[in-house]
Design a protein around this ligand. Structure first.
Ligand code: P6P
Length: 339
């Protein structure tokens, strides 16, 4: 039984800049996750269901738990002092901390504090998704170059899934490891060491309701998934939870592909590059999987806005490659405004 902190300290030596700061940063995230988990688990009881009355950058009604989660992660990271700024789905602008310790924080966090929050009131799994960048020069004040960095620059990434159990899954580039919260002692315990995304799978996750607006390549790929071919385990199963973290976590364990493509109405799709697509792309790659926008590797996309959207194809390497094949063959001229 190894706790998260024991594991981080043990792995510290593998970390290129083995310092206590990163341990403290991950610990701060773990603490905030436990606080959010406590509220998520009693959401039906406390008067924190329903709308906060504002809308976030997505134009989505901010539910009280969204706002609560954003406040908890921001508070934990600010007081931890290792993080200089936060890019959050719940805040239009980047939050640059002004307290003395944080000003010299070595890290920048991009976070979706509570992704899939429309599922809260129907008791379906939701999650927190985070990406950790190490600043090039923490002596200077935070500037745009610190914020708009491609995923290949990530120092670490992970998610918390608030499901039948609460798990923290993260990677610092040296394997992907999963920790399950033992609520009786309030500790994350290593339960899924060295997670590997199966190279192939038989589950595809996509919101088929948008079929008419999908690129031809997606329409053809969907038909491919539905064809009878026992030799390649087709037809595949379709599973779509409407919660990226839950769909990704299932595919990470069982194999599969999650696609949120661009459509003729929204060529860049819905998901945000910095705090949704990059973290899951980073985890997918470090677990042996793949992630792209259908053409280009997600982690190589250069952000030009902190809330930039991008299409996402992520999961089993062979399934992503097959979907990309259909995109190249049938949709290479799909509006390239996001490519
Ligand atoms: P749609 C939740 O809002 C989210 O960001 C992801 O967690 C989820 O996979 C997707 O959007 C669902 O979007 O358009 O299918 O309802």
């Amino acid at each position: 039984m190894k706790t998260l902190i024991e594991f981080i300290n043990e792995k510290q030596a593998d970390f290129p800049y083995a310092t206590g700061e990163f341990t403290r940063l991950l610990n701060d995230i773990g603490i905030a996750a436990k606080i959010v988990n406590r509220e998520v688990n009693k959401a039906g009881l406390a008067n924190i269901l329903g709308y906060e009355g504002n809308t976030n950058i997505q134009g989505e009604d901010q539910k009280k738990l969204d706002v609560f989660a954003n406040k908890e992660f921001t508070k934990a990271l600010k007081h931890g002092g290792q993080c200089a700024a936060i890019i959050s789905e719940e805040d239009e602008e980047v939050v640059i901390f002004d307290n003395e310790t944080s000003k010299k924080g070595k890290y920048i966090i991009a976070i979706d504090p509570l992704d899939g929050s429309s599922n809260i009131e129907v008791n379906v799994s939701i999650g927190t998704v985070f990406a950790i960048y190490r600043r090039r020069d923490h002596h200077e004040s935070v500037h745009n170059e610190d914020l708009l960095r491609p995923g290949v620059d990530l120092a670490a990434a992970g998610y918390v899934i608030y499901g039948s159990s609460t798990m923290l899954v993260y990677s610092t580039g040296n394997g992907v490891n999963g920790f399950t919260l033992d609520p009786s002692v309030g500790l994350f315990i290593l339960s899924h060491p060295e997670m590997k995304l199966p190279e192939d799978g038989a589950i595809y996750s996509i919101n088929e309701a948008y079929y008419n607006n999908f690129p031809e390549g997606i329409k053809r790929y969907m038909k491919y998934c539905q064809e009878e071919d026992p030799a390649t385990n087709r037809p595949y199963k379709t599973r779509y939870i409407g919660s990226l973290v839950a769909d990704f976590h299932r595919n990470l364990i069982r194999g599969g592909i999650y696609i949120y493509p661009g459509t003729t109405k929204n060529p860049a799709g819905k998901l945000r590059l910095l705090y949704e697509c990059n973290p899951v792309a980073y985890l997918a790659e470090h677990a042996g999987g793949k992630a792209s926008d259908g053409f280009k590797r997600t982690l190589e996309i250069q952000p030009n806005d902190i809330h930039q959207r991008t299409p996402l194809f992520v999961g089993s390497k062979k399934m992503v490659e097959k979907a990309e094949e259909f995109m190249r063959k049938y949709s290479k001229d799909f509006p390239d405004e996001y490519l």
